[in-house]
Write a protein that binds this ligand. Structure first.
Ligand code: AR6
Length: 176
């Protein structure tokens, strides 16, 4: 069975096949993880994103969907960009957060990736509470891994110990 790991660290430093980016629908960069990936990965990533916008993704990437580009100068081979939902107290957008994880893993598997690193999508600028995001992300990844042979390891890269501990607690409750 594929392994799910939790680490405290910087997503841009991960030596994995695919790094998942918490992007926005423009695909043209932003702050947080997105800013760090473009800064460390260099201009090749943005060049690929611009090509996507000039082609099939003229209107951008929808929330919950995922698309791959080069990883430029990052240790990874590819960046898979996905768009998480903005947190809403009025509307339940959990299915979209789960979709981000599912579609990102499928795109990674189609590329032939074996190892994938995820940040805690939507928990920064998009304000999703980490306790809730952890449960949704871990459940979606565990379920998708069962039907996705080829991927051997998924690493959640949490920016601080608090987020790591919240993910660890959610992982301990996973039926896996
Ligand atoms: N490595 C690992 N985790 C990080 C890093 C890093 N280098 N930097 C931040 N985090 P965010 P979102 C954590 O805001 O909420 C961008 O502008 C951070 O502490 O990157 O999905 C996009 O363009 C938080 O827990 O993503 C979008 O407009 C988590 O990663 C928007 O932000 C996600 O925070 C997406 O917002």
């Amino acid at each position: 069975m594929a392994q799910i790991e939790l680490v405290v660290g910087d997503i841009t430093a991960q030596d994995v096949d695919v790094v998942v980016n918490a992007a926005n629908s423009s695909l043209l960069g932003g702050g947080g993880v997105d800013g760090a990936i473009h800064r460390k990965g260099g201009p090749e990533i943005l060049a690929d994103c611009r090509k996507l916008r000039a082609g099939h993704y003229g209107r951008g990437l929808k929330t919950g969907q995922a698309v791959a580009t080069t990883a430029g100068r990052l240790p990874a081979n590819w960046v898979v960009h996905t768009v998480g939902p903005v947190w809403s107290a009025e509307e339940d957008r959990s299915a979209l957060l789960a979709d981000c994880h599912r579609t990102s893993l499928r795109v990674a598997a189609d590329l032939g990736a074996r190892t994938v690193a995820f940040p805690a999508i939507s928990t920064g600028i998009y304000r999703w509470p980490v306790e809730s995001a952890a449960k949704i992300a871990l459940a979606a990844v565990a379920e998708t891994l069962d039907g996705t042979p080829g991927i051997t390891s998924v690493r959640f890269v949490l920016f601080d110990k608090r987020a790591h501990d919240v993910f660890a607690e959610a992982a301990s409750l996973l039926d896996r």
